[in-house]
Write a protein that binds this ligand. Sequence first.
Ligand code: FPP
Length: 247
Amino acid sequence: VSMNFAEQSTSQDPALFHVAVIMDGNGRWAGRRGLPRPAGHRAGARAVRRIVEAAPSLGISTLTLYALSSDNFNRPPTEVSALMRLFAEYLERERRPLAERGVRLQVIGRRDRLPAALRTAITRAESATAEGRALTLRLAIDYSARDEIRRAVAASVASGTAPLGTAPLGTAPLGTGAPDPFAAWPDVDLLVRTGGEQRLSDFLLWECAYAELWFTDRLWPDVTAQDLAAAVADFRRRDRRFGRISA
Ligand code: FPP
């Protein structure tokens, strides 16, 4: 059963791969310094810049970052809105540098609950970077893997087409304004989580079916290019069998 999915690799070149990151620990990083939590998120944004810059030289072709889960909406509204502003600022500021470095930016997750300013920043950044081929950077904002799967199944049933992955569906599911998920559910090769916890937290559940998992106690704002390189080196030593026996 697993073979179909195992063979559906992220890219044609096995040296290139998809890394997904759960960027945890911003709040604790701030707390330890006696700073408010948003200061931790701003430091987290600087770590995002470091990691995005390091990714292409490590062979990473797609990098998906968990910026805000749908469940994060249950945090205090002030923290959620500070994050929304930070994302918009990041996109406005980084749009050109990303385009110049050949980074294609995409946002996954639902968009209908995002502030208009952020939606605009997303659209602009996506179109300014659409030609990028050095790296695909995907930011997950208001993202829930379960919700995405649920909507895809519901859209599939409603439109009367064949289920998951077997027929292209042209339309966004149930009018959330999100892109069609069937078109863009690439397998994750390596999942990294910082901040000491070891769980998936509703991130890329389908795509992580055969992901290698790598955890570090390091808090996200402290993460460096060396940490990413260490994770990748560990990943390259792993024997990925996809349910088969060793070669
Ligand atoms: C988890 O730390 C992190 C988040 C909920 C937000 C992730 C956001 C960033 C890294 C900011 C910048 C991102 C971009 C794309 C510009 P936490 O607050 O749950 O930390 P804690 O577990 O220590 O409280």
